[in-house]
Design a protein around this ligand. Structure first.
Ligand code: ADP
Ligand code: MG
Length: 705
């Protein structure tokens, strides 16, 4: 029997949540904090002092020695700098543990080394971290001890956002303000906020740590840069939802406990499509908390793996030829008085507020398809979106039969009199209950699918922060809401005006709706005919950030200034070039120091075997050895040539002008040179004696976990 876990007790154990604040703060202070959390505003210094003390006392009682402002710079991961609670010793040599309101609210990390895309030159390096009191503080426990982590936003001296969280918070305010205007039009005057909610499904791979450590590509690049396919892949579909292996099960169990302690609602776990691939999904929550939690999920997944002799790979494409990993970003909007704006109800055709919201979202996604695609791009995701093995990078909206039918009626006649209803599902077995079916089947190939009461944005990469996709979603929908509200607030006949507007939006933007197979070749052609953008790579997506359309959108709602957008574009170009540079150098290292020497040894053995056989027995047939020697030598020569070409491509690209030119040099020159080196090496792996091959194979990595 394994040890019992008391989930209710463990849950939130390491979080300074409302329950703990209520218990530890004077009533008045608690009320003040809660008010700021819900309605914004600032805490007075004296209140902050009380909160800080309570927070510190709680943390220390749980063994904390340090605190940190925890933030999300543009590296895509989180950053922390620990300060211990100790104060300068008194004359007796004793120290007190201190933590003031000022230290809680504001921090000033020496932040000159974080990417800022030119926003902050080193001589004005000041960056501030500012407490995001809407996301609760928590304790991180690891070999460092127990650290009190305070979620913060990270800004420059001039207030420019240097992180992923600040724009997200700004976008949440924008969509809340504009969303409120919409619900007010429909008579909901009680609501004071519209809240963006997010539930990200996190995919990951687990491999044996010992084997991982034998692969420089996994160590430096997080993905395999060489590797012939294993004899078995995912073709039998026996991994998906399959029974979870013992070692992986033990990992998942510990992962859950660690996440629950952090108040993260780890809910679903299962094996995914590719061998060694798995998924965890939490229960959805407020967008900024969901973003924070997802960062912690990724970090915890990696940390816990080490306890089980495993390594967790979060890269979007650790292995060629089998599925990559994504992060389905489930997103919805709801009022603080409990109305989900994306809930169609049983008869969506009669739910005018829902239809208006839907029409606004369809319009927003059509107008800003390029931005949405950009928000899901990162270097690793280039292997998932628009690459040869992957679905195209075209944004379209899946609505399902029921809503598609309602939309068609509205566009054609301006009325939606009918609505397809879900009927009963009959399994044809008398002992099975008949259950009611959803009115809509699922579609697994759509990048942006309506799934009952939320949209599921499926393009997001497994390794990426979900801040950008959600910032973009909130922003584009805020814009559509604001434009609709501008018209409807002035309308003399509201019913007529809303009816006309829904029809206009749907008719004008129906090209973005696609219910078919998003992975098919025909769809690529059809999308082109419809004029939908097909942005094939991360680098090509960068300019979408700084178009007039994008600047107008983000500036209108104070989410990004033009300078902030330009800086982000710079950071993306830089990140791309740097990442591909690391990958290319890793390939050069592996090929030059491991693979080519191993193949040389193998050919030497073949050659001596040919002469040895000939010598021992002149009439013996040594043609097999000879053929193998010829084949191996030819591939070796090809690999060596490609190796030299890759080195040349890297030195050319690294000499290009930094920014866009360099990113393109890496994409157009270095990436093809990497592919050209990989091809003969993967063929060699299939014929060279395994004893000689200097690293574990795909089969070793994916099937022996
Ligand atoms: P799947 O799409 O794999 O069948 P689910 O439908 O259960 O899975 O949901 C996947 C994720 O979507 C979960 O994280 C869940 O909490 C989240 N989710 C469910 N409802 C909403 C909603 N209204 N808004 C945002 N996320 C939601
Ligand atoms: Mg899903």
């Amino acid at each position: 029997m394994s040890e019992m876990i008391n989930v209710a007790e463990v849950f939130g154990e390491n979080v300074f949540n409302l329950a703990k604040m209520k218990e530890r703060l004077p009533k008045k202070i608690y009320a003040e904090v809660k008010n700021v959390m819900e309605n914004g505003g600032e805490l007075s210094v004296s209140t902050a002092d009380v909160v800080a003390k309570a927070m510190k006392d709680w943390a220390v009682s749980k063994g904390a020695t340090h605190y940190t402002h925890w933030f999300q710079p543009l590296t895509g991961i989180t950053a922390e700098k620990h300060d211990s609670f100790i104060s300068a010793p008194d004359e007796m040599g004793n120290t007190l543990l201190e933590f003031s309101g000022k230290e809680l609210i504001k921090g000033e990390p020496d932040a000159s080394s974080f990417p800022s895309g030119g926003l902050r030159s080193t001589f004005e390096a000041r960056g501030y971290t500012v407490w995001d009191c809407t996301s609760p503080a928590f304790l991180k426990e690891d070999a460092t001890g127990v650290i009190l982590c305070i979620p913060t936003a990270f800004c420059s001296y001039k207030g420019e956002a240097l992180d992923k969280k600040t724009p997200l918070l700004r976008s949440m305010e924008a969509v809340s303000r504009q969303g409120l205007r919409i619900v007010k039009l429909f008579g909901n005057t009680e609501a004071t906020r519209v809240i963006a909610s997010v539930g990200p499904e996190q995919e990951y791979f687990l491999v044996d740590k010992e084997k991982y450590l034998q692969r420089k590509d996994l160590i430096y690049a997080g993905r395999t840069l060489f590797g012939a396919p294993a004899p078995k892949g995912q073709e039998l579909e026996d991994q998906y939802f399959g029974a979870i292996r013992e070692r992986v099960g033990a990992y998942m169990k510990e992962l859950n406990v660690e996440l629950w302690k952090l108040g993260i609602t780890s809910k679903t776990q299962h094996n995914e499509v590719a061998p060694a691939q798995h998924e965890m999904a939490p229960i959805y929550g407020t967008a900024n908390i969901a973003v924070d939690h997802n960062q912690l999920v990724m970090e915890t997944m990696k940390k816990v793996a080490g306890h089980h002799g495993l390594t967790c790979l979060l890269h979007e494409k650790p292995f060629a030829g089998v599925n990559g990993s994504g992060k389905h970003n489930n997103w919805s909007l709801g009022t603080d008085n409990g109305v989900n704006l994306l809930d169609p109800g049983d008869t969506p055709n009669q739910n005018i507020q829902f239809l208006l919201v839907l029409a606004c979202i369809i319009k927003a996604v059509d107008i800003h398809a390029d931005l949405l695609r950009q928000s899901a791009s990162d270097v690793g995701n280039d292997h998932r979106l628009g690459a040869n093995e992957a679905p195209p990078a075209i944004i379209s909206v899946f609505l399902g039969d029921q809503l598609e039918d309602v939309v068609r009626q509205l566009v054609e006649t301006g009325e939606a009199a009918r609505c397809i209803e879900g009927d009963r599902l009959q399994a044809g077995v008398s002992s099975l209950p008949s259950i009611s079916k959803d009115a809509t089947d699922r579609n697994r190939t759509s990048p942006f699918a309506f799934t009952g009461n939320k949209f599921e944005f499926r393009m997001v990469g497994s390794d990426d922060s979900i801040a950008s996709p959600n910032t973009t979603l909130n922003a584009i929908v805020a814009e559509a809401f604001s434009e609709a509200a501008d018209i409807l607030e002035k309308a003399e006949d509201f019913d007529m005006a809303v009816h006309d507007l829904i029809k206009k939006y749907l008719a004008g933007h129906q090209r973005i709706i696609f219910n078919g197979n998003g992975y098919s070749e025909e769809w690529v052609k059809e999308a082109e005919r419809r004029g939908l953008p097909n942005i094939k790579s991360m680098v090509e997506a960068v300019p979408t950030l700084v178009t007039d359309k994008s600047v107008a959108l983000f500036e209108k709602f104070g989410i990004f200034t033009k300078a902030e957008l330009e800086s982000r574009a710079e950071v993306l170009y830089e990140t791309y070039a740097k990442t591909i540079n690391i990958e290319a150098l890793t390939m050069i290292d592996m090929a030059g120091k491991q693979i080519i020497p191993a193949v040389v040894s193998y050919t030497t053995e073949l050659a001596s075997s040919v002469s040895a056989v000939k010598e021992a027995c002149p009439e013996a047939d040594a043609s097999a050895q000879k053929e193998l020697l010829i084949e191996t030598s030819a591939l070796l020569a090809e690999a060596r040539k490609a190796f030299t070409a890759l080195k040349a491509a890297v030195s050319e690209a690294s000499a290009a002008e930094e920014g866009e030119a360099m990113a393109y040099a890496y994409k157009d020159k270095v990436v093809p040179a990497m592919e050209a080196l990989r091809a003969p090496v993967d063929q060699l792996e299939m014929i060279v004696d395994k004893e000689y091959w200097p690293m574990p194979s795909y089969g070793d990595l994916m099937f022996e976990v």
